[in-house]
Design a binder for this molecule. Structure first.
Ligand code: F6R
Length: 366
């Protein structure tokens, strides 16, 4: 059932062109200029009128939520708060009846996320679910929702569920932007077409695998790693760091690139790999200067760049090129090499990739 792959995780990484396509099937109609989310259509007006969206999740799903925050704010101009379910539920949070809560969970069984939903529900908020497992406890506890349709995820480290969650949040943000009129028709259509092209670009991105194996060989024995990104790539950096921690047991931190100078820069020496997600357009120059700051302290740069990039290429020790896309869709692409990097490093270190120590696929304890 691993279909020729050595591990479920690798199989699931390679499934992403298909799983992303599945999460858009029947929902994204690029040629007609339509986004249709049947599962939440009855609550579409609640979302349109929401003064605030609260996203609740844990772990990788929380990282997807952070990408969602940027998407909803940029496209639909709705303020968003992204909360760790465990922190939210225990601090007597302010919840209004016109708040919309989006709960994200692959398994649909995460105890803290479920409890946070019940709390928000008891205060009268509307709860929308983004779950992968059909009929799961969280899917049943929400008022409405959209399944990610990534298919069963067996590897404990979440991969295809993450990209499916981000895909779905992108669809939701686009749908809302269209209903609210916060986006022009032409820009909306342009983004739909670009989203429609993402599965093909993910397929293209998977070709970096051999390059990643080379890089993994160089860095497999390090004890620490830093992951940096700005804007939409900040959650990508955090997710990359989490993947490395989980399956290779190498300590890693994901940071917004500009925060480096407020502390983590002290860690940098000639042994420290710094993975920089540098595909940004808007803040490209800023990312370049962050890379220069690392190089000035002799850190080793592994950079993920857009095909054809010259400036970062000249500065970095290792380059991973990915296809060009809209800045807001980059997480769907830039995440792939980071999944592969943690996978290969973990395999080279002899770790149990599909079942890392101390971790469970569903965290049903609080
Ligand atoms: C990371 C990972 C965990 C989960 C977290 C939430 O690879 O698997 O961090 O993302 O436990 O799980 P779900 O999404 O099932 O609520």
């Amino acid at each position: 059932e691993k279909e020729g792959f050595d591990h479920f995780m690798l199989k699931e990484i390679y499934e992403q062109p298909r799983s992303i396509r599945d999460s858009m099937r029947g929902r994204l109609k690029a040629r007609e200029g339509i986004v249709l989310l049947g599962g939440i259509i009855d609550y579409q007006q609640k979302l349109v009128n929401a003064k605030r969206i609260i996203i609740i999740a844990c772990g990788t799903s929380w990282h997807a939520g952070l990408v969602g925050e940027y998407l909803f704010e940029e496209l639909a101009r709705i303020p968003v708060e992204v909360e760790y379910a465990s922190e939210f539920r225990y601090r007597n949070p302010v919840i209004y009846e016109d708040d919309v809560v989006i709960a994200i969970s692959q398994s649909g069984e995460t105890a803290d996320t479920l409890a946070a939903i019940e709390l928000a529900k008891s205060k009268g908020a509307t709860i929308i679910g983004v779950c992968n497992v059909v009929g799961s406890s969280i899917a049943r506890a929400t008022h409405a929702g959209s399944y990610t349709h990534a298919g069963p995820e067996i590897g404990v480290a979440s991969t295809k569920a993450f990209t499916a969650q981000v895909t779905l949040l992108t669809l939701m943000a686009l749908m809302l932007a269209d209903s609210k009129g916060t986006i022009s028709k032409s820009r909306f259509n342009q983004l739909l077409h670009e989203l429609d092209d993402i599965p093909g670009k993910v397929e293209e991105t998977l070709k970096v695998n051999d390059k990643i194996i080379e890089i993994a060989t160089v860095f497999k024995d390090v004890r620490n790693a830093l992951y940096l990104g700005r804007g939409y790539n900040f959650p990508v950096a955090m997710e990359g760091a989490l993947k490395l921690k989980e399956i290779s047991y190498i300590h890693a931190e994901g940071y917004p690139a500009a925060e480096m100078k407020h502390g983590p820069i002290a860690l940098i020496d000639e042994e420290m790999p710094v993975v920089v997600v540098a595909t940004n357009k808007g803040t490209y120059e800023k990312v370049v200067s962050n890379i220069q700051e690392v190089k000035a302290r002799k850190g080793k740069i592994i950079a993920i760049v857009t095909e054809g990039d010259e400036t970062v290429k000249a500065l970095a020790d290792h380059i991973i090129e990915v296809p060009e896309t809209e800045e807001m869709l980059v997480p769907l692409i830039a995440t792939i090499p980071l999944q592969l990097l943690s996978y290969h490093i973990a395999v080279m270190r002899g770790c149990n990739v599909d079942q890392p120590r101390n971790l469970a696929k569903s965290v049903t304890v609080e």
